[in-house]
Design a protein around this ligand. Structure first.
Ligand SMILES: [Zn+2]
Length: 309
């Protein structure tokens, strides 16, 4: 479902000239790898097309505050060299992961404040097809865009941190909504990719961008196959496609108001339903036992009770 706000070649060309100037400016100031630039022109423009101009500051901030690392090494080797992830994270990394968005939270003892450091690591070690690499990077940029606002929420003397829908307790390390975040991020990425692919239908003046879009069009052929978390995203899809929920999710996740999304769901599906749904999605993604089937039917019935009202 593409609802592009652009109706002429001129409008798309101005969007690209804006995207290019912002990305180039950021690359100049922050030493972004050149290989990534052309891809970022497309992703930046796709994000604006999907979220709308009113969210331009958040999208730009996601680019400004996160470090982009592009490597020809394997992702595992690169993360190991950076030393920013634990042994268990490295061991659990699946071999087909191309890109990852890491946001680490630190406590500054002298100022008694928390701060976030984000890194987007992209490994192009296998010379992936342009549409494949683009979709994986768009997925990670979308996590980053949705983690700019309210990334740290103090409660009492403690802190909670946020990455998209994932709320973590900084002290205990306990996390909520891990795979709900992946499911909705995968579904949004599919829509953003459709926005980007729709740009191939316009007459683009900038030769670099035209080349990038032609490359994409050629790679995709007739149909682009979406990637990500196929099982959980297909379960969440009917909820995602509900007009009201889709709007609330899109606007409140980027604003960092996760509670608002939870309340919207609970108001129709019943008290604590979102939390139950989210736990079911986690179990479907990670467990191998019989609890998987019961979690799946529970998740589907909760979603049905929201969408049928
Ligand atoms: Zn993800």
């Amino acid at each position: 479902m593409v609802v592009s706000q652009f109706c002429s070649d001129a409008a798309v060309n101005s969007l690209f000239s804006y995207s290019k100037s912002v990305v180039d400016q950021l690359c100049m100031n922050y030493d972004r790898p050149k290989e990534l630039r052309n891809m970022q022109y497309l992703i930046f423009a796709g994000m604006i097309s999907y979220y709308g101009f009113e969210h331009i500051d958040v999208i730009t901030e996601a680019y400004r505050k996160n470090q982009f690392i592009y490597t020809k090494d394997s992702l595992r080797d690169c993360l190991e060299k950076l030393g920013c992830v634990s042994r268990s994270t490295l061991d659990n990394l699946s071999d087909d992961t191309i890109a990852v968005f890491l946001n680490e939270h630190f406590y500054n003892n002298s100022t008694n404040t928390m701060f976030t450091e984000g890194k987007l690591v992209i490994s192009d070690d296998m010379n992936y097809a342009p549409d494949e690499l683009l979709e994986y990077v768009t997925h990670e940029v979308n996590h980053a865009v949705n983690s700019v606002k309210k990334d740290i929420v103090p409660f009492g003397k403690k802190y909670k941190t946020r990455k998209g829908l994932i709320i973590s307790d900084y002290n205990s390390g306990e996390k909520r909504n891990v795979f709900m975040e992946e499911a909705v991020n995968t579904l949004q990425t599919e829509d953003i990719m459709d926005h980007i692919l729709s740009f191939t239908e316009y007459k683009i003046e900038d030769p670099e961008i035209r080349y990038e879009l032609d490359k994409l069009k050629y790679a995709v052929g007739k149909k682009h196959e979406h990637r990500g978390y196929p099982i959980i995203s297909s379960i969440v899809k009917p909820l995602f496609e509900n007009r009201k929920f889709n709007y609330v999710l899109k606007e409140r996740r980027i604003d960092g108001n996760v509670n608002f999304i939870t309340s919207e769901f609970d108001a129709k599906a019943g008290k604590d339903s979102f939390d139950t749904l989210s736990r079911c999605i986690d179990r479907i993604q990670i467990s191998d036992d019989a609890s998987k089937d019961s979690s799946e039917s529970k998740a589907k019935s909760l979603i049905k009770s929201y969408v049928s009202r």
